[in-house]
Design a protein around this ligand. Structure first.
Ligand code: SF4
Ligand code: SF4
Length: 145
């Protein structure tokens, strides 16, 4: 019983310590205004990414928001859970990569690229050619110094 309490306290202490002092993912770089992120959007449902036009059409009927997008391609050569996912293009991206509704663009667009540690752990990276990249605020070598 005593050792269980000791382990419990140690777990809490370690979790707290890690939250305060461990490396954290950060976004570095800057936007090149290439528009790729508006043309390569993935949508997920509770069952995973949308992988068929049939499901996409159902989602469009259910939620008006999806009508702002059209299919732009399919994910290949990425992690298993992403392969086969449809990519979508926003209808508000102009030919010269300008957002036509920039002042009122959705929060997801304002927040991009945001940090989702779970996805990064699973090997998800920024789009090829994107000017942003994920890094850590403290390199492993710094802990060894
Ligand atoms: S893909 Fe990256 S560099 Fe290109 S517009 Fe989006 S955020 Fe900017
Ligand atoms: S609303 Fe604008 S920023 Fe958001 S995906 Fe569409 S074109 Fe891109």
């Amino acid at each position: 019983m005593l050792s269980e309490i000791k382990n419990f306290i140690e777990d809490i202490f370690l979790e707290f310590y890690n939250k305060l002092f461990s490396s954290k993912y950060v976004v570095k770089g800057k936007c090149k205004r290439c528009g790729r992120c508006c043309r390569n959007i993935l949508f997920s449902t509770k069952d995973g990414y949308i992988k068929s036009e049939e499901l996409f059409n159902k989602m469009k009927k259910k939620y008006r928001y999806y009508r702002n997008f059209r299919v732009s391609g399919v994910v290949k050569d990425k992690q298993d859970f992403q392969n086969g996912a449809l990519t979508f293009e926003c209808k508000f991206i102009s030919k010269n990569n300008k957002c036509l509704i920039y002042p009122i663009r959705p929060i997801f667009c304002r927040d991009y690229p945001n940090i989702n540690s779970d996805l990064i752990y699973n090997g998800v990276t920024m789009l090829d050619g994107c000017g942003f990249y994920f890094d850590v605020n403290k390199k492993f070598s710094k802990y060894l110094e």
